[in-house]
Write a protein that binds this ligand. Structure first.
Ligand SMILES: Nc1ncnc2c1ncn2[C@@H]1O[C@H](COP(=O)(O)OP(=O)(O)OP(=O)(O)O)[C@@H](O)[C@H]1O
Length: 322
């Protein structure tokens, strides 16, 4: 769907994107995460041709984004909706006019516009706000207007640049649910930029972690969390946990499945080792649940326990205490 190959971008001396290659599949929600200043927004702006790249290729649905004429650029952009952190609404215009604006630019008839606006406000759940000005809306409602406007040209792709960063946690969840509905019901591919891990966990199928303008790791969200690459640890902030100083602490990460539910008694039965469970927590990733469990074992039992975990293909590592 979106194919980015060897993308390069500098602002003067500042090399912001370095040889970035990514593929976003049709119908998926793909997340780009990284610390501030890693080039995430620049990448979105290059895809949307708001920013000129220095090198590399961008292909949308097999069509290379290399255009000579501004009309071609406009046509290309028509297929891409975009939403931003601060909504970018026309403050003097009401909700109806805001959503209608792109269609008016493209010369749609009044009737076409009216039908589309009324359909879109229903999809985003603000039918009762049609004639309100943005200043009378909450942050979540404003973002719903922006989403409706982004969908007005029936785009194949929606680019989202920190769309929930200015919202409280509850409103964030409702907007994420809306994006998920749009993805599932309308089949729109979503590429979103965020610095919030919760956004990635809740709705993304796949994620790319950006570091220093490069893609450090990329894959299915639950797999990235299972494998815990260095880029993820650096992003989450690798703080030493408060753990027992005696013995060895083993962190296990595994999918919560019926089979794994009895893992703790299974370890005891198979190894006859006595150990403590320091904590165990579940995290949801779209439709999968991942369990992180910390065990504390005696030094002399470490090999026995980890050998058993290896037979089950359970990922483990020795955790450092403070
Ligand atoms: N138009 C520009 N001119 C000069 N430098 C720019 C321009 N746009 C971005 N930059 C710089 O490029 C770097 C990457 O910026 P970008 O906004 O893409 O990062 P980001 O990962 O999206 O960060 P954030 O999460 O803070 O938005 C930053 O150092 C930024 O200051």
């Amino acid at each position: 769907m979106i194919k980015i190959k060897n993308l390069d971008k500098s602002f003067g001396e500042l090399h912001v994107l370095k040889n970035v290659s990514l593929e976003v599949q049709k119908g998926e929600i793909f997340g780009l995460i990284g610390k501030s200043g890693e080039g995430k927004s620049t990448l979105l702006r290059c895809i949307n041709l708001l920013e000129k790249r220095d090198g590399g290729t961008i292909t949308l649905n097999g069509q290379a984004a290399d255009f000579k004429r501004s009309r071609e650029v406009r046509e290309y952009r028509k297929g891409i909706g975009m939403i931003f952190q601060h909504f970018s609404l026309l403050e003097r215009q009401n909700v109806y006019k805001n959503i209608a604006a792109p269609m008016e630019c493209w010369g749609y008839s009044k009737q076409e516009i009216d039908e589309k606006v009324r359909e879109l406000v229903k999809i985003v759940g603000i039918e009762d706000k049609l004639y309100e000005k943005p200043r009378n809306l909450s942050g979540g409602q404003r973002q719903r207007v922006a989403i409706a406007r982004a969908l007005s040209m029936d785009p194949q792709v929606l680019l989202s640049d920190e769309a929930t960063s200015a919202l409280d946690p509850q409103t964030t969840q409702s907007i994420l649910q809306l994006l998920r509905d749009i993805n599932e019901r309308l089949g729109i591919t979503i590429l979103l930029v965020t610095h919030e891990m919760e956004v990635i966990r809740s709705i993304c199928h796949r994620v790319a972690i950006m570091e220093h303008g490069e893609v450090a790791d990329c894959g299915k969200v639950s797999e990235i969390f299972l494998n815990q690459p260095g880029s993820l640890k650096r992003l989450l902030g690798e703080t030493a946990e408060v753990l027992p100083e005696e013995g060895v602490n083993i962190r296990m990460v595994f999918k919560e499945t019926e089979e794994n539910r009895s893992l703790i008694p299974d370890i005891t039965c198979a190894t006859s080792v006595r150990f403590s469970v320091i904590y165990s927590r579940l995290e949801k990733f779209r439709d999968e649940v991942i369990c992180t469990t910390m065990l504390n074992v005696q030094e002399e039992d470490l090999a026995k326990v980890t050998a058993y975990l290896d037979t089950l293909n359970i990922r483990w590592e020795v955790a450092l205490h403070e």
